[in-house]
Design a protein around this ligand. Structure first.
Ligand code: HEM
Length: 165
């Protein structure tokens, strides 16, 4: 039986489902690239969304980046802003904790903690901005890495994948 959506998630209900689309990335130290992406937001009746992302090369279909975690509705409200917490694990040996707010259709989060394994690249910080417009989800990601200060790395636009569509 499907669980009822936790009341704390009502402001995030528009994210539920599977999203697919294309993105582009760049950074001062690498060649620009494009990717295909699939993102899923699910729930189990508790005050967090279950988040999964995977990307593939648009020409070869080879796996590229992936990440998985939880988007927590932290329960706090500051005026019309809703507090959010994001915890993510990356297969590149990185874990991140981000905190931020949802204001209307825009969610902005930034890392309070980045954890690195011994062989992970030295990511210093990350910042993400999501904009939800009905069936279209756009996000940007900025990263500070090694000696490069916070710089734009990713932008993608995803569309809700309707069941059977
Ligand atoms: C849609 C998701 C992402 C895609 C498709 C993607 C793709 C890429 C590609 C193709 C490169 C260049 C080749 C390479 O070094 O592997 C790269 C570099 C890099 N990415 Fe991403 N990336 C994504 C998300 C992320 C995230 C979330 C982080 C941090 C947690 C990250 C951190 C890095 C780092 C540290 C580099 C190396 C920069 C350097 O060596 O100077 N990327 N990314």
């Amino acid at each position: 039986m499907a669980a009822d959506l936790h009341p704390a998630l009502r402001p995030l209900a528009g994210l539920l489902g599977t999203w697919v689309g294309e993105g582009a990335g760049h950074y001062p130290t690498i060649d620009p690239f494009r990717y295909r992406e699939q993102v899923t937001f699910g729930h189990v009746g508790k005050p967090f969304l279950v988040y999964g992302q995977r990307t593939t090369h648009p020409d070869t279909g080879q796996p590229m980046h992936a990440e998985t975690g939880y988007l927590r509705a932290a329960g706090g409200q500051d005026g019309d802003a809703i507090a959010l917490e994001l915890v993510l694990a990356h297969p590149t040996g990185i874990v991140e904790v981000e905190e931020g707010h949802l204001r209307g259709r825009v969610a902005e989060l930034r890392t309070t903690t980045v954890g690195l394994t011994a062989t992970a690249k030295p990511v210093r910080s990350l910042r993400r901005r999501f904009v939800l417009a009905d069936d279209e989800l756009t996000y940007d990601l900025w990263m500070a890495h090694a000696d490069t200060p916070e710089t734009h790395h990713l932008r993608a636009t995803l569309r809700r994948q309707h069941p059977g569509g």
